[in-house]
Each structure stands twice: as structure tokens, then as C-alpha cells.
Design a protein around this ligand. Structure first.
Ligand SMILES: Cc1cc2nc3c(=O)[nH]c(=O)nc-3n(C[C@H](O)[C@H](O)[C@H](O)COP(=O)(O)OP(=O)(O)OC[C@H]3O[C@@H](n4cnc5c(N)ncnc54)[C@H](O)[C@@H]3O)c2cc1C
Length: 561
């Protein structure tokens, strides 16, 4: 094994694989990728879109579980994270949701020049080739596909939102993310297999003599040489076959270990809150109390309805719940359609048609007043257990439709998981700000009382189904009662897997860990390049933005060579 490289990339996940491919385009640099998990790129559980949940809770998942969450009635929440080449992008839901323009403008306004819409969206564009019907756009290596609409549900969805006065046709890459948006799947348009940085970026680069990939090797910490004005990263310490070893970086160490592990590696390397590190017996290299802070994760609630309508109108209103509960006949038919025609529920995410709506009622005086009161009162303080995965007999006979509410602008949590005695505490807080819980409660009430009651959707739904994840006998329905909606949120909300923010890019005095060139404050040649650098999370799924971040970072690093 060589013991010296120009760049060491820690984590061969979504961002790390992009960096590895881009940096090795220059044959003069030697790059090492160190990935804790294995290479499962050919595994059907990665390739077949609908099989994505099956890698969770296996060795390809870090299997994180929170401590009991106070705001969620002391429930513990599972947070899957990819532990394999390709990272979370190899086991995620594949919905490719670009950020909104105003989010990136807010990043730039925070003190991050170059990270506005113009400065990031051009890098996002470099990533993909988008196919929609007969139309193709872009020439990036990642293959995106807007799936054919094989049921009438997407049209019913659009018509219902249009009837409620929301825009129903925004382009996903326009930066204008309001109302109904149909996002692409990160699925190859022809083979209908997952396209992710592991097979689109990393695999083709692996034949290059200047790229070395170590899979199944875990990095423990970054090694430094101290100078009077900054720390210089000289390499990393890693564990292989239970033996500690080191490898040298001639130019830079690039941390791409994701939102939970990049800050953890920083802290184990001596970069973090000095007092806390000293208590843990870690020599302090840079005192920065913000490492590991500002965790953001979209909280999520699901409401389930039995699908109704006369039998002679059922065509086009099929659901995928039989597949979710592993019904052998449904699985067989879906697999046959997938194998022979690359069609059917196995060929797509089944999650790509969404709607982004503002605070319910914000256009009315009452709604504005309600929001003002929430903000006034709470600002300043400011398992995926999907029905079907734990099915009941009652579920097994019903077709159902799931409407999901995801709070898109959660408040950053302070004091989460890397700060623990003995490295055993994992406590990312879901909905720990009352403001978030209050807003989400209004959204789920809106879903039940307004959206599900509006035509044409209302005509396709029969009645609420029991939420399997809920302990106390839902559904009663909220009947417009906010207290019931609050209780529903407390009993059923989980975290979506969109974790960001723990090595935030912003001025140090505002809580930053990395500067706009993604260099860790106090160091000369250590960068973080992954979802953890987002100072505010994006309003939808995070993967697309991670690709943009990685492409932009690769350009900045290459410019410095
Ligand atoms: C189950 C799930 C579903 C999701 N669904 C979607 C979706 O549909 N759409 C969407 O946009 N986003 C989705 N996301 C979020 C999206 O996948 C992530 O935001 C994105 O992949 C994060 O990329 P990253 O590079 O920051 O981290 P990752 O891709 O997770 O990469 C981090 C890598 O670092 C490795 N690593 C960690 N510690 C070490 C160490 N000490 N030594 C060596 N290697 C290490 C990890 O094993 C991992 O491979 C989902 C996430 C999950 C987990």
C-alpha cells in the first residue's frame, strides 16, 4: 500500500466520489479515497429503484438511533446513513430536488461570496443529463429521469393544488420552487437503475492510475503539524484489520464523511470546543465551539387514507401499498414489468411528485396573525416507519394513499451528538424548537382538513387509515383541532434523512466551521466537502445540492493546483 498521496479524501460517499473523479482528471495528482464501508455497486438493492429501503439496517448503514426525543414523546428515532462506496446516495430515495434560488441567496448573504444561485446552479448543471420523455438536456454523468406518469395520481395532485390556488407547473431546475413540482429521479432513463456518484463518477475513474480507493477502511483522525498561525494537515490515521496506521497527504485532506462523521472526525482530531475536548483527553488543535452544532433535519409526518371510488373507476388509481407490504403476487407482477419493459413501480422512486406550500392560511389576516403569534412566542428560543413496513391485517386488504408533510425550514439544533462522554451518545433533536412543531402541526391539519377534502383528490379517498407508527389509536382525525394535530405530530413525526449543517460554512463569529473555500478555520489545507457545510438546509431533499457543492469544491481545489 502506498503511504503518500497528494489528496486524501475521507469518505467515498456522494460528495467524496465526485471529488475523486474530478481531481483525478489531472493525471499529475495522486488521490486516495478512504471509505469505511464496502463496494456494493453491483448489488440489486442499490440498482433497482424500489429496493432502496432494503439496505437500511444492514452493514451498509451506520444504523444510527437517537436518544429519546423529548419533543416526540420520548421516542427514539432511527437515522439511516450510507456506509458504503457512494455513501447515502447509494441507498437513498433518489429524488433529485435542486435547491431554490432564495435559499442559495441566503447562503451568500450570510457571508459566503460565490455561493448564491448563479455561483452554485452552474455547478449543479455540470452534474446531470436529464431525460423527460423524448427530451434530453445537459451532458453530465449523473443520469436523471422524469418518469412517465403510469397512474392518474399525479394529475389528480396537480389539479387539486391548482383548485386550491397554488401554482401547478414549476420547473424543478428553475430555482422557483413553489406549488407542485415534479422532480426527476436519479434513475437511468433506459436501464431504470439507480444513477449515483458511486457508478456515475467513481466507477469510471477507478481505472485511472492516479486514483486509489481503500474500501472497508475507517479514518480515525486527521494528523497535523502546528505552525504559529495555522495547523497544517499532514495525513490521516486509520484503522484496518484492527491495526492503527497512518498515510500522508502532500497537499490536502478533504473530509467528505457526511453530516454526522465529518464533525466527529474534526473533534477526534482536536478541532472543536476546547473545554469539551480537554475533558475527553483530546489535544486541542483549533478551539471552535461550533463544530457539530446547527444540525438540521426535515421533520416529517405521514397521513394515510384508504383509496376509494367505484371499482369501474379504479383503473389508473393503483397504489404501491401491496408492494410495500411485500405481497408476493404484486411483487412478482412488478418485477416482471420491470425486467421485461423497464416499467411499473420498480422502475421509479414513486415519490417525485411533490408540492411546496407556505404556512397554511398565510394569505389571510387570521393566518398571518397565527404565524406572528408563533414567531413571537417561540423565536429566540427558537424509522423510517412507513406504513407498509410494519403492516397490520387491516392494512393488507386496503389500497391507501399516503400524504406526507415535510417541514422544509427546520431550525438548527444546538448541542447534538458528537458532544458526548465516551462517544456513545447520539441525540440529534427532531422538532426541539416549539416553533417548528407548531408550524408542522398546522401543515398536517391543512393536509387533512383542506387538501384531502378538496376535489378531485377528495373523490379518490375514503377515510383515514390507522397510522401504524402511532401508539395511541389514530386515526381519530383532527377535525380541524390544532391540539389533535399537535399530538399527532408528537406521536408520529420522524426525521427525514436530510441532515445538514454541522460544519457550517459561514463567518467564524457567526458560528462557522468552514470558510467560503470550505477550508476549516484555523487550518491551511483541510476542507470539508459534504452536506454538513450547508448553513441552512435546502427546502427539499438534499442530494442535488451536495452534488453542486462537490462540483464547485472540485473546481476551487483544482484552481489552487
Ligand atoms: C435513507 C436515505 C434516503 C434519502 N433520500 C434522499 C432522496 O430521495 N433525495 C435526496 O436528495 N436526498 C436523500 N437523502 C439525503 C442524501 O442522500 C444526502 O444528503 C447525501 O447523500 C449526503 O451526501 P454526503 O456526501 O454528505 O454524505 P454520504 O453520501 O453519506 O457520504 C459520507 C461517506 O463517508 C463515509 N465515512 C463516514 N465516516 C468515515 C470514516 N471515519 N472513515 C471513512 N469513511 C467514512 C460513509 O461511510 C459514507 O460513505 C437520503 C438519505 C438517506 C440516508
Amino acid at each position: 500500500m502506498a503511504s503518500e498521496f497528494d489528496f486524501i479524501i475521507v469518505g467515498g460517499g456522494t460528495a467524496g466520489s465526485v471529488l475523486a473523479a474530478r481531481l483525478t482528471e489531472n493525471s499529475d495528482v495522486q488521490v486516495l479515497v478512504v471509505e469505511a464501508g464496502e463496494d456494493l455497486t453491483a448489488d440489486p438493492r442499490i440498482k433497482v429503484p424500489t429496493m432502496w429501503p432494503q439496505l437500511q439496517a444492514t452493514d451498509a448503514d451506520w444504523k444510527l438511533k437517537t436518544v429519546p426525543q423529548k419533543a416526540l414523546g420520548n421516542r427514539e428515532i432511527l437515522i439511516p446513513q450510507g456506509r458504503l462506496l457512494g455513501g447515502s446516495g447509494a441507498l437513498n430515495g433518489m429524488v433529485f430536488a435542486p435547491p431554490a434560488q432564495e435559499e442559495l441567496e441566503a447562503w451568500a448573504d450570510l457571508g459566503n461570496p460565490g455561493w448564491d444561485w448563479d455561483g452554485v446552479s452552474k455547478y449543479l448543471k455540470k452534474t446531470y443529463t436529464l431525460t423527460s420523455g423524448a427530451k434530453t438536456e445537459g451532458d453530465g454523468v449523473l443520469q436523471l429521469n422524469i418518469p412517465d406518469e403510469e397512474t392518474k395520481w399525479p394529475q389528480v395532485w396537480r389539479d387539486t393544488f391548482a383548485g386550491l390556488g397554488f401554482p401547478a407547473g414549476n420547473e424543478p431546475f428553475s430555482g422557483q420552487i413553489h406549488g407542485v413540482v415534479s422532480y426527476p429521479d436519479a434513475v437511468h432513463p433506459v436501464t431504470k437503475t439507480r444513477s449515483f456518484s458511486g457508478n456515475a463518477y467513481l466507477a469510471p475513474a477507478r481505472s485511472r492510475p492516479n486514483l486509489t480507493v481503500w474500501a472497508g477502511v475507517s479514518v480515525d483522525r486527521v494528523l497535523f503539524e502546528q505552525t504559529p498561525d495555522s495547523a497544517i494537515a499532514t495525513g490521516v490515521q486509520y484503522t484496518k484489520d484492527a491495526k492503527m496506521q497512518t498515510v500522508t497527504a502532500r497537499k490536502e485532506v478533504l473530509l467528505c464523511a457526511g453530516t454526522f462523521y465529518s464533525p466527529k472526525i474534526l473533534e477526534l482530531s482536536g478541532i472543536g470546543d476546547a473545554e469539551r475536548l480537554q475533558k475527553l483527553g483530546i489535544d486541542v488543535v483549533v478551539d471552535n465551539p461550533y463544530v457539530g452544532e446547527n444540525l438540521q433535519n426535515h421533520p416529517l409526518c405521514s397521513i394515510t387514507f384508504e383509496v376509494g371510488g367505484d371499482d369501474d373507476e379504479a383503473e389508473g388509481f393503483e397504489t404501491i401499498d401491496a408492494i410495500a407490504r411485500q405481497d408476493p403476487t404484486a411483487l412478482g407482477a412488478a418485477m416482471e414489468a420491470y425486467k421485461t419493459e423497464q416499467r411499473g413501480p420498480f422502475s421509479q422512486t414513486n415519490f417525485n411528485v411533490t408540492a411546496h406550500i407556505p404556512f397554511p392560511g398565510i394569505a389571510t389576516d387570521d393566518g398571518k396573525q397565527d404565524l406572528d403569534q408563533i414567531l413571537e412566542k417561540h423565536t429566540g428560543t427558537t424509522t423510517t416507519n412507513v406504513p407498509g413496513s410494519k403492516t397490520t391485517r387491516e392494512y393488507a386488504t386496503a389500497h391507501q394513499s399516503l400524504i406526507r408533510s415535510v417541514l422544509n425550514s427546520p431550525t438548527g439544533a444546538s448541542g447534538y451528538y458528537t458532544h458526548f462522554p465516551g462517544w456513545a451518545y447520539f441525540g440529534p433533536t427532531v422538532l426541539h424548537h416549539r416553533r417548528d412543531a407548531e408550524v408542522l402541526a398546522r401543515h398536517v391539519r391543512f393536509l387533512e382538513s383542506s387538501l384531502a377534502a378538496a376535489p378531485p383528490l377528495a373523490g379518490r379517498l375514503k377515510h383515514r387509515r390507522q397510522e401504524v407508527a402511532a401508539p395511541s389509536g389514530w386515526p381519530r382525525g383532527f377535525s380541524g383541532h390544532l391540539d389533535e394535530a399537535r399530538r399527532f405530530v408528537r406521536e408520529t413525526a420522524i426525521g427525514a434523512m436530510h441532515v445538514t449543517g454541522t460544519c457550517s460554512m459561514m463567518p467564524r463569529e457567526k458560528g462557522g466551521v468552514v470558510d467560503p473555500r470550505l477550508r476549516v478555520y484555523g487550518t491551511r489545507n483541510l476542507r470539508v466537502v459534504d452536506a454538513s457545510i450547508m448553513p441552512f438546509t435546502t427546502r427539499a431533499n438534499t442530494m442535488a445540492t451536495v452534488y453542486g457543492i462537490a462540483e464547485k469544491a472540485a473546481d476551487m481545489i483544482r484552481a489552487g493546483l
